[in-house]
Design a protein around this ligand. Structure first.
Ligand code: GLC
Length: 552
């Protein structure tokens, strides 16, 4: 692994490349002066000035109070109720995970687990893992680290990336990076992994999407538009989107991916059109639309984004959506239908509906299924994709309510004793052999195969607030508080109800810590939701009933 890293660093380490003027950008953000004013004074609409290009006119209806001190964690600065003792511990642990590059904080390592013999790549800053850390810092009025992270990863995007003799797409963002400190020469060098060192050489398709989503969160939270509007950030967004918007042989607007392309970064049968990626793709497109300048280069992208958003939301809302009625329709599907009049467009075989779905599906509630492609529907429920669908308004308001209903109705299965199952249900026996390739880390109800991941608490909380159901989040947070600190902030839990600390789970997993803090801060001050949620776009066409949709 080391040689792989060194090989890359030998031709593209940042210390050898000049910092293409990023030093200027890395100066203190102007927003520092702005931040002297209290949050109350600064209306949210003021914060979104310039961002409000059509889709991003987000006005949370739930703004209570504001932050009272910039140096104290917001959660402990409240006087309305006693902060949970875990909050202080969590902040301390989060700060311990900070990674510095040339004296500046640029991210947080994945896990700070001294007890674990095998470090693997948990000592790196993962792009996806940093998102909850970034949100915690933003919510606490500390945007500088987020800005540094955004700019450093942007620099990494500019590297020439190769796996063996194959050159990767220009816009690819790394899965992770680390800083090598040379104590003798007193130099810091960045080393990134775009999948060329990762186990299974998986492509981090989600990294670029998270980067755009985080850029908007930073902009929304600080009101500092100057960063997103720099030519560097504008180009970074265009490069990411260029990878996803290019024309090919596709017959669907969804994005075709290999297995292991997101948080679930090993073979788990999510290849094809996984919901996790489609929801992040949708959200990143909407964020980019809000941030993209309408200049000569930006304009063309804006048009492509708008077209794709329309097609994507239509496709997802119609074909990925499953509720009792829809399940019953699929159960009665005819197959082998030819031509545009087909109702069963993807030729799904009713016999392929797994037994568990019939039991699992409540009369009230629904969700976006894991995957849809020709004759293949993955009926599994995935937490991240469904929560992001709510936050990005990929889900219609009715669908968002139905997803929350399902979580409530199937609490035991999806939450159990530790929020939240990464997917449901687990696959076992022969199916596990075929789907995972006999992966011993992904045995049933463990890790990516139905394990429970505390990091997902922040996404659940955000979805609860957006749908006006904070009491569900409160219940989940109470569960997390009864175990997380005591267990040493594990990466994941195992078992059908998430009762056991995961077999190979890291302790002091940073995103478990940051996810908890973000959930707490959002629940205490729901106006924070604005940085990670998007209101419904009224212009987006409503879903037309499947049977009559062939005309559009
Ligand atoms: C594991 C997880 C992945 C995470 C990484 C670092 O590989 O599957 O989602 O980003 O660890 O925590």
């Amino acid at each position: 692994m080391d040689c792989g890293l060194r090989k890359v660093s030998s031709h593209c380490s940042i210390s050898e490349i000049d910092d293409y003027d990023l030093s200027k950008l890395l100066e203190k953000p102007k927003i520092n002066i702005e931040r002297q004013r209290s949050f109350d004074e600064r209306s949210l609409s003021e914060l979104s000035i310039g961002l409000a290009r059509g889709l991003d006119n987000y006005e949370p209806a739930y703004s209570f109070g504001g932050r009272s001190g910039l140096n104290t964690p917001a959660s402990s600065a409240r006087n309305s109720f006693e902060p949970h003792p875990m909050v202080a511990d969590a902040w301390e642990a989060l700060r311990r995970s900070l990674v510095f590059y040339r004296g500046q904080p640029v991210g947080t390592i994945a896990a700070y687990d001294h007890a674990s013999e095998e470090v693997l790549n948990y000592d790196q800053v993962f792009v996806r893992d940093f998102v909850p850390s970034a949100l915690a810092f933003l919510m606490n009025g500390e945007p500088d680290i987020v800005k540094n992270f955004l700019l450093r990863t942007l620099q990494l995007q500019g590297w020439e990336k190769r796996i063996d003799r194959f050159k990767l797409g220009e816009g690819a963002m790394p899965a992770s990076f680390k800083v090598l400190h040379d104590p003798v020469r007193k130099t810091d060098t960045l080393v990134a992994d775009f999948g060329e060192s990762a186990i299974g050489r998986v492509a981090p398709v989600d990294s670029g999407f998270w980067w755009i989503i985080l850029l908007r969160a930073y902009t929304k939270s600080t009101g500092d538009l100057t960063l997103a509007e720099t030519p560097e950030c504008q180009k970074g967004m265009r490069l990411i989107l260029n990878l996803c918007l290019s024309e090919g042989f596709d017959t669907f607007p969804t994005l075709l991916c290999a297995d292991g392309c997101s948080m679930i970064d090993r073979r788990m049968g999510v290849y094809g059109y996984p919901i996790e990626i489609q929801a992040l793709f949708f959200m990143a497109l909407r964020c980019a639309l809000a941030l993209m300048k309408h200049d000569a280069e930006g304009k063309e992208f804006v048009e492509r984004i708008v077209k794709r958003l329309h097609a994507l939301s239509y496709h997802m809302r119609s074909y990925f959506w499953l509720d009792f009625q829809q399940l019953n329709d699929i159960y009665r599907y005819k197959t082998e239908e030819y031509s545009h009049t087909a109702v069963n467009k993807f030729n799904v075989m009713p016999d392929s509906i797994p037994e568990w779905v019939f039991e699992f599906m409540p009369t009230r509630g629904g969700f976006f299924v894991g995957n849809v492609s020709p004759a293949r529907m993955d009926f599994r429920w995935f937490a991240l994709g469904n929560c992001i669908a709510i936050l990005s308004s990929l889900a219609t308001p009715e669908q968002a309510v139905a997803i929350m209903d399902l979580i409530e109705e199937r609490w035991e299965e999806l939450v159990g004793e530790m929020p939240l199952k990464i997917c449901y249900p687990a696959i076992e026996s022969h199916e596990w052999q075929i789907v995972t390739g006999c992966d011993p880390k992904n045995t049933r109800w463990s890790y990516h195969n139905g394990g429970s991941w505390p990091v997902l608490l922040w996404l659940l909380t955000a979805a609860c607030i957006k749908t006006g159901r904070p009491q569900i989040a409160r219940r989940a947070i109470d569960l997390a508080e009864s175990r997380l600190l005591k267990d040493g902030w594990p990466e994941y839990y195992d078992g059908k109800i998430g009762r056991y600390v995961g077999k190979q789970a890291r302790k002091y997993q940073t995103w478990s810590i940051a996810g908890y803090l973000v959930a707490k801060m959002m629940l205490e001050d729901p106006s924070h939701l604005g940085m990670i949620a998007l209101e419904e776009d009224k212009q987006m066409k409503p879903v037309i009933k499947r049977s009559s949709s062939w005309t559009c």
